[in-house]
Design a protein. Structure first.
Length: 265
């Protein structure tokens, strides 16, 4: 009987996961995208879980960098990061925690190797607001190529952006002003976070010229071989799993420390 109960529980769990990934319910969200829609997919074919489910899954557990694709090197070059420091970005334990409340979110961002930690609250309305990051997070940047951060904006995009298989990707736009040889130039770094399974997060990035709105090289035309979709940089996070001992303790959620009544679970 115990074996039958366990089997039934596993079937229910698997069915719930399938429902998470294939629910056809849609919600209304702020739309902020310039990503082309692929003819290979249509709204009828794409089946996404409700946005609220996506938020709940984002907001449980710790997300830890699993690996950075080789295409992430394009971003390192853009920032002027010395290659001897690339391992700090590619192999560091980059850790995210999220809590979603109504139209805003709280993030706890930690990179132990570089002693970086930031806890902040931000809107999901797609409106510009003060960027809480004091600087871009990769270490080892060229000191002669200063990068200034000012504002940023965050929003969940409709399914189909930035990729044909995307379901409610969370987009962050960040103006970056670079000072190269005394000449100031502004760009927009666009960064998407999206779930590809209940425990896997895909992060996608490209950079545009702030004045023209055009995607700059190498993302414009020189990354046709990047996968799973061309002309983007990628890195991947995975949700941590509790040990059986900790799970048995039924450990409570922890307060975020950013706002009363909000928790990291």
């Amino acid at each position: 009987m115990a074996v039958l109960k366990l089997a039934a529980a596993l079937v229910v769990s698997a069915a719930a996961q399938d429902l998470f990934l294939a629910a056809n319910h849609r919600e209304t969200a702020v739309v902020l995208t310039d990503s082309p829609k692929s003819q290979a997919y249509s709204p009828a074919e794409r089946q996404c879980a409700p946005l609220n489910w996506i938020k709940q899954d984002f907001g449980t557990g710790h997300w830890i960098l699993n690996y950075s694709d080789a295409t992430w090197g394009a971003y390192m070059v853009f920032l002027g990061v010395d290659k001897k420091h690339w391992n700090d970005e590619f192999k560091a334990s980059d850790i995210h925690q999220y809590a979603f409340i109504d139209d805003y979110f709280i993030m706890n961002h930690t990179i132990p190797l570089t002693n970086f930690h930031l806890l902040y609250k931000a809107s999901l309305s797609g409106k510009w607001e003060k960027n809480p990051y004091p600087q871009v997070t990769p270490a080892g940047m060229d000191p002669h190529a200063a990068v200034n951060l000012s504002n940023f904006r965050n929003v969940f995009e409709e399914p189909g952006a930035p990729h044909p298989d995307s379901c409610w990707a969370m987009r962050t736009d960040m103006p970056v002003v670079q000072n190269k040889s005394g000449v100031l130039k502004e760009y927009i770094v666009s960064f998407w976070r999206e779930l590809t399974s209940p425990i896997d997060m895909r992060c996608t990035l490209h950079v545009k010229d702030a004045k023209t709105g055009e995607v700059i090289e190498p993302w414009a035309t020189q990354m046709k071989d990047s996968k799973p979709f061309p002309n983007y940089s990628y890195r991947y996070f995975r949700k941590t799993v509790q040990s059986f001992v900790d799970a048995a303790k039924r450990l409570p959620c922890a307060p975020t420390g950013e706002q009363n009544g909000t928790y990291f679970c």
